[in-house]
Design a protein around this ligand. Structure first.
Ligand SMILES: C[S@@+](CC[C@H](N)C(=O)[O-])C[C@H]1O[C@@H](n2cnc3c(N)ncnc32)[C@H](O)[C@@H]1O
Length: 286
């Protein structure tokens, strides 16, 4: 079959598996591009070329895995984030566009920090694949980033991404509970920690059920892990330092109230994402 014929074949197989038509269209192209190693333009320019047998076998395997519901990021073993490519495995959350918004805000803060970014001490708590730590270190030329997670298997992926992006020595991957491994005052604590209320997990879309539960489950109100982080951060945030966390829409007020009992006179705010949802919690220590 030619590339063009494969496009139609994959699209139909995905629709037959229950994937909505517009997603099947996009995904069939992504599957072909990944298997052939082509960008979008090359794929269309070479539409009439025959696909080799070894690639055809790979395509069949990709399609049957996707038809069973497995997310593309786990099938491909890598996924884009903030214009960079990251190794991904089923032991880590698949990076989301909302988290790119968090990273954009963090970049803004790193550039405003009173200390020069080369001296700034930054922690990415709940680093997973390491996307936040790696992107921030690259974008802001940070030299001291801790990438912390409690999952050994997630950290194996984070280490690979630190190496892939040539950041060994700048991003230190550490296992521990929240800020436990951080021994010096931090200028920026950033994180996308679990914040989904436990009882909402079964109702989330089927792809999310493939992702590690410890990456998603935030306890009864979704805020168990984040509240523990804020308590730990009280003793670890440098004066004038910032905490920046991804949250769910509607959790901001509860976190503002909670912070007022933890930090003396904190400056807190909740920022919206591109869809107008309140998704980012910010706390600045006086
Ligand atoms: C929502 S995922 C985020 C992963 C990555 N930062 C991202 O944005 O794609 C949350 C991560 O927090 C980690 N985590 C959960 N509880 C933790 C804890 N108590 N201490 C450290 N990491 C924790 C999970 O293992 C998971 O990798």
């Amino acid at each position: 079959m030619t590339i063009a014929q494969w496009l139609l074949h994959i699209r139909k197989a995905l629709i037959d598996a229950g994937i909505p038509e517009d997603e099947a269209e996009t995904e069939s192209e992504l599957i072909l591009r990944d298997a052939l190693g082509l960008d979008r333009v090359q794929l269309h320019l070479r539409a009439m070329e025959q696909v080799e047998v070894c690639v055809a076998e790979k395509l069949e395997s990709f399609v049957s895995r996707r038809a069973r519901g497995e997310p593309l990021a786990y099938i491909f073993g890598h996924w884009p984030f903030f214009g960079l490519d990251f190794i991904i495995s089923p032991h880590v959350l698949i990076p989301r566009p909302e988290t790119e918004g968090l990273v954009e805000m963090a970049i803004g803060f790193c550039r405003q920090l009173e200390v020069k970014s080369v001296r700034a001490k930054v922690a990415d708590v709940g680093t997973g694949s390491g996307v936040i730590a790696v992107t921030l270190a690259k974008e802001c030329n940070l030299q001291h980033v801790l990438a912390i997670d409690s999952s050994t298997q997630a950290l194996d992926v984070a280490k690979k991404n630190v190496e892939k992006h040539a950041l060994a020595g700048k991003v230190k991957v550490m296992e521990g509970d929240l800020l436990g491994p951080a021994k010096v005052p931090l200028h920026l604590i950033v994180g996308n920690l679990p914040y989904i209320p436990t009882n909402r997990l079964p109702g989330l879309q089927p792809e999310v059920q493939w992702e590690p539960r410890h990456a998603l489950d935030g306890g009864p109100d979704g805020l168990d892990v984040i509240k523990r982080l804020l308590v730990q951060a009280r003793g670890k945030l440098a004066s004038g330092g910032i905490i920046l966390l991804e949250i769910d829409d509607g959790q901001g007020e509860a976190l503002k109230d909670f912070s007022a009992g933890v930090f003396p006179k904190p400056r807190v705010s909740v920022e919206k994402d591109l869809s107008g949802l309140s998704r980012y919690f910010m706390l600045e220590s006086p």
